[in-house]
Design a protein. Structure first.
Length: 417
C-alpha cells in the first residue's frame, strides 16, 4: 500500500539446509555472531548483503552486544501456568524474552535497526518509549558510541525502565501526553535533525524481531504449533511474526501456518475494537491490501473528540494508536488470527502465576496466559492445540508484585505474615 510502512524484501529464497547450519552454530566456536540469538540466523536477515561466513565482515557490519541478544531466549514448559489455564503442560510453552540484555524483546530488533543505522552512518538514534525501547536503544547506542534521544510521556514511564535510560546515557525529552504524543514528537524531531528512528515503524527493526519466532520453531525442530500468542501494543511483534511466517511458508521451510492471537489490555484495545467490529459494526480487515484506512482514521478522530486515552497499569502496551496496525492486519489475515482483550487484574494474575513458576515477566506479558485462558474459555483455542506464548519482558516495576501480594483478595496473593 502506498504511503504506508515498508518491508525488507530479499531477492532469493534461502536454502532449507541452513537449518542444519543454524543448529551447528549453537556451538558458537568462539564467534559472538553464532552465539547471538539474532545473528545466528543472519542468512535470513542479510540486508547488509555480506558474506555471512566471513566473520571479519560480520564484525565490520553487524551490531551485537557481545552475542547476548536473544542468546538465552527459548520456550519453556511452565506447569503452574498450564494448570491455571486448564491445559496439559505438554501443550503449552512460554518463551521469556526478558532474558535479553536490557530485559525485553526489544534487543532482538534493536540489534538489526542499529546495524542499519550504522550502515547509513547515522550519528544519532531517536525513539519514543514507555520504557523498554528507551532501555534497549540506550544500551545499543552507548555500545556503538552513538547519541540517543528518547521522547517519553511525562509521568507514564515505569521508574525501573526510566533508570535504565539514564544509566545508558540517553537524552530524555519529556512530552506532555501519552505514548502516541511522544511518538509524534519523536518523528518530527527525527525529520528535523536527520536522526535515525528505531521505533517499530523501522522495517529493519522488524527483521530482528522475526528471530523470536525462529528460535521458538528451531527449539521445536521446526514443527509448527497451532498458536503463537503475543501481547498487543504498537503491534511490531505481530507484524514481525506474521512476516516471518509468510516468508518461511513461501520458502517451503514450514508446511503449516500457525494462528496468531493478539492480547490487548482493556484500557488500550484499539485493535480489538476495530478488528472485532466494535466500532461502526464493521470488522476491520487487511482484505488483500484493500483495507478501509478511513475506518481507522474515523476511530482515531472519535478518540480525540471523546478524550479516549489509553490507560492501563501495563505501561509497555499502553498505546492507543498502534503504529504497525496495518502490517498486523496483514499478519492476522494470513494466519487466520484472532484478537481479544483482558483486564488489568487478569494480566496481574497472569504475571504472578508465571512468577510462581520461577520465571520473571512484566505485567504486559501477563496478558499472554490470561489471554490464552480466555480464548480457551471461549472455545477458540482447543485443549489439544499446541501453543507458544511470548513473554515480551521482565519485571521492571517492583511495586506491581508488592502491591499484588499485599492484597489478600488477589487470586495468587501471598501476603507477608
Amino acid at each position: 500500500m502506498c504511503g504506508n510502512l515498508l518491508d525488507v524484501k530479499y531477492k532469493s529464497n534461502p536454502s532449507i539446509n541452513l537449518k542444519d547450519i543454524f543448529y551447528q552454530r549453537r556451538n558458537p566456536q568462539g564467534s559472538i555472531f553464532n552465539e547471538s540469538g539474532v545473528w545466528r540466523f543472519r542468512e535470513l536477515l542479510n540486508f547488509c548483503a555480506i558474506e555471512t561466513d566471513d566473520l571479519d565482515q560480520c564484525s565490520k557490519h553487524l551490531v551485537s552486544l557481545d552475542g547476548a541478544e536473544g542468546r538465552q531466549s527459548k520456550p519453556y514448559h511452565m506447569s503452574k501456568v498450564a494448570k491455571f489455564i486448564g491445559i496439559n503442560n505438554e501443550k503449552l510453552m512460554l518463551q521469556p524474552e526478558g532474558y535479553n540484555p536490557s530485559g525485553s524483546f526489544k534487543d532482538n530488533g534493536m540489534s538489526t535497526a542499529v546495524t542499519h543505522a550504522k550502515m547509513v552512518q547515522a550519528k544519532k538514534i531517536i525513539c519514543a518509549s514507555t520504557g523498554n525501547t528507551s532501555a534497549s536503544a540506550g544500551m545499543f547506542a552507548a555500545n556503538e558510541n552513538m547519541s540517543c534521544d528518547v521522547y517519553i510521556p511525562e509521568g507514564e514511564i515505569a521508574p525501573g525502565k526510566l533508570s535504565q535510560a539514564y544509566q545508558f546515557g540517553t537524552q530524555l525529552i519529556h512530552v506532555k501526553g501519552n505514548f502516541d504524543d511522544a511518538f509524534s514528537k519523536s518523528l518530527e524531531a527525527a525529520n528535523q535533525s536527520n536522526g535515525y528512528t528505531v521505533n517499530s515503524i523501522n522495517p529493519f527493526r522488524i527483521e530482528g524481531q522475526k528471530t523470536i519466532l525462529y528460535r521458538a520453531l528451531e527449539f521445536m525442530n521446526w514443527e509448527v504449533p497451532d498458536w503463537i500468542i503475543y501481547p498487543g501494543g504498537a503491534l511490531g511483534n505481530t507484524s514481525s511474526c506474521g512476516k516471518a511466517i509468510m516468508e518461511l511458508y513461501e520458502w517451503g521451510w514450514i508446511k503449516k501456518i500457525p494462528r496468531i492471537a493478539v492480547i490487548n489490555a482493556e484500557g488500550a484495545n484499539t485493535l480489538d475494537i476495530l478488528y472485532n467490529g466494535k466500532f461502526e459494526n464493521t470488522e476491520l480487515r487487511w482484505d488483500k491490501g484493500e483495507l478501509d484506512v478511513e475506518l481507522i482514521e474515523r476511530y482515531y478522530a472519535k478518540m480525540q473528540k471523546d478524550g479516549i486515552r489509553p490507560k492501563t497499569k501495563a505501561t509497555a502496551i499502553q498505546i492507543g494508536k498502534p503504529a504497525n496496525i496495518i502490517k498486523a492486519l496483514r499478519a492476522l489475515e494470513f494466519t487466520n488470527g484472532v484478537v481479544t482483550t483482558v483486564t488489568d487484574n487478569e494480566m496481574l494474575d497472569g504475571m504472578t502465576i508465571v512468577g510462581l513458576n520461577g520465571f520473571d515477566c512484566e505485567m504486559a506479558s501477563g496478558s499472554v496466559p490470561s489471554g490464552i485462558k480466555k480464548l480457551m474459555g471461549n472455545d477458540i483455542i482447543k485443549k489439544d492445540d499446541k501453543i507458544i506464548g511470548i513473554l515480551t519482558g521482565r519485571q521492571k516495576e517492583p511495586l506491581l508484585p508488592i502491591n499484588y501480594h499485599n492484597e489478600p483478595s488477589n487470586l495468587f496473593a501471598r501476603p507477608p505474615k
